[in-house]
Write a protein that binds this ligand. Structure first.
Ligand SMILES: *[C@@H]1O[C@H](CO)[C@@H](O)[C@H](O)[C@H]1NC(C)=O
Ligand SMILES: *[C@@H]1O[C@H](CO)[C@@H](O)[C@H](O)[C@H]1NC(C)=O
Ligand SMILES: *[C@@H]1O[C@H](CO)[C@@H](O)[C@H](O)[C@H]1NC(C)=O
Ligand SMILES: *[C@@H]1O[C@H](CO)[C@@H](O)[C@H](O)[C@H]1NC(C)=O
Length: 340
């Protein structure tokens, strides 16, 4: 082994032109020969190609190696890999050359680095990429050229960053199905943010700072099944803002500051199955908001005159409600007068 490693070192060092042989440290890590110099990943080769191969994938596990940068052609000898796990490192700028040799990747895990910059075209060669994980980095914005080449991407996770949104920011990801942006700095969702994403199925925006939503924001998102807006700052969700989400079956609105549900609040959501409303400040509820939801389960539900309403769509009228405790149903009493 030691001999092999030495041979490998001797063979591989000439490729790392600008580094002095003494600085390069090669080790066997997760069945790979990994050569690093001062945090720069210089080369990766298979130590045991069978050990990194599963039925479907060739997986490169390079977690927690203190990697701050990646040299050109570092992955040349492992270019038939399909999954790269390089999370828990210290990459701060993704350069265009980083993944240029890995054109068969379907899965790229970049979680928990310090990524603040991604050069235009950083993923341009990853034409087969299906899943990109960018959670727990330092990303504030995505540039127009970031998604070049990612027309086949299905899942984009960028939770726990400092992302803000703008119009057309995801354009180019035309097969995207999952978009997770929980726990960012999103205060506004501009009209056209989701332009060019006709196949979004799961849209996660929880734990942001969203205080209002324009009725046209979700236009074109007719395939969304799950929308998580939990733990934002929404106060008013009326005006048919969800009406474009014709296939929605789960909606999280828990942990907001919603005071009132009006008759048109859930217009268009006839197929809703799960609705999370706990931890709001609900005081006024027009029960006709639920009139077309035949199979909905509402968390934490409503009690009228001490009885939990199971078939909420049968209840009519306007109610004044109170939340006694987080997990318990809202307790409501019908408002007799026509004005609140
Ligand atoms: C991937 O490349 C390595 C090294 O070139 C080779 O040994 C292996 O057979 C290749 N695997 C596949 C599935 O192509
Ligand atoms: C993030 O990566 C660092 C190493 O760079 C590690 O010490 C830390 O535990 C990781 N954090 C999480 C939440 O995994
Ligand atoms: C994130 O970026 C900000 C400035 O954009 C910087 O002050 C901060 O130190 C960065 N955090 C990390 C963990 O890199
Ligand atoms: C409600 O659920 C039942 C059984 O789970 C199903 O047969 C029915 O089609 C559903 N109705 C609607 C409107 O989704």
């Amino acid at each position: 082994m030691r001999f092999l490693l030495l041979v490998y070192l001797v063979l591989s060092v000439p490729a790392a032109r600008d580094v002095n042989a003494e600085e390069v440290d090669c080790q066997v890590y997760n069945h790979l020969y990994v050569c690093l110099a001062n945090g720069v990943l210089h080369s990766v080769a298979f130590e045991d190609v069978n050990a990194v191969q599963t039925i479907e994938d060739i997986e490169l596990h390079l977690e927690s190696l203190g990697i701050v940068d990646i040299a050109k052609d570092a992955f040349l000898e492992v270019s038939n890999s399909s999954a790269l796990y390089i999370r828990d490192n210290q990459l701060s700028t993704i350069s265009r050359h980083y993944f240029a040799d890995l054109d068969q990747l379907t899965y790229l895990d970049l979680r928990n680095n310090s990524i603040a910059e991604m050069e235009d075209g950083s993923f341009a060669k990853l034409r087969s990429l299906e899943t990109l994980l960018l959670d727990c980095n330092n990303i504030t914005a995505f540039r127009a050229g970031t998604w070049k080449g990612l027309a086949d991407l299905r899942e984009l996770y960028a939770t726990n960053n400092n992302v803000v949104l703008r119009r057309n920011v995801f354009r180019g990801l035309r097969h995207l199905e999952t978009l997770a942006l929980d726990c960012n700095e999103i205060a506004e969702v501009p009209i056209g943010t989701f332009n060019g994403l006709p196949h979004i199925d799961l849209l996660y925006l929880s734990r942001n700072k969203i205080s209002s939503l324009h009725p046209e924001v979700f236009r074109g998102l007719g395939e969304v099944n799950e929308l998580d807006l939990g733990r934002n700052r929404l106060t008013d969700v009326s005006g048919g803002i969800f009406r474009h989400l014709k296939n929605l079956n789960s909606l999280w609105l828990n942990g907001n500051q919603i005071v009132e549900l009006k008759a048109d609040t859930f217009a268009g959501l006839d197929n809703l199955l799960l609705l999370f409303l706990n931890s709001n400040e609900l005081h006024f509820v027009d029960m006709s908001a639920f009139a077309k939801m035949r199979n909905v389960t509402i968390d934490p539900g409503f009690k009228v005159a001490g009885t939990t309403m199971n078939a909420i769509w049968r209840v009519q009228g306007r109610f004044r409600c109170n939340n006694v405790e987080y997990q318990l149903p809202y307790e409501c009493a019908e408002i007799e007068s026509r004005v609140y």
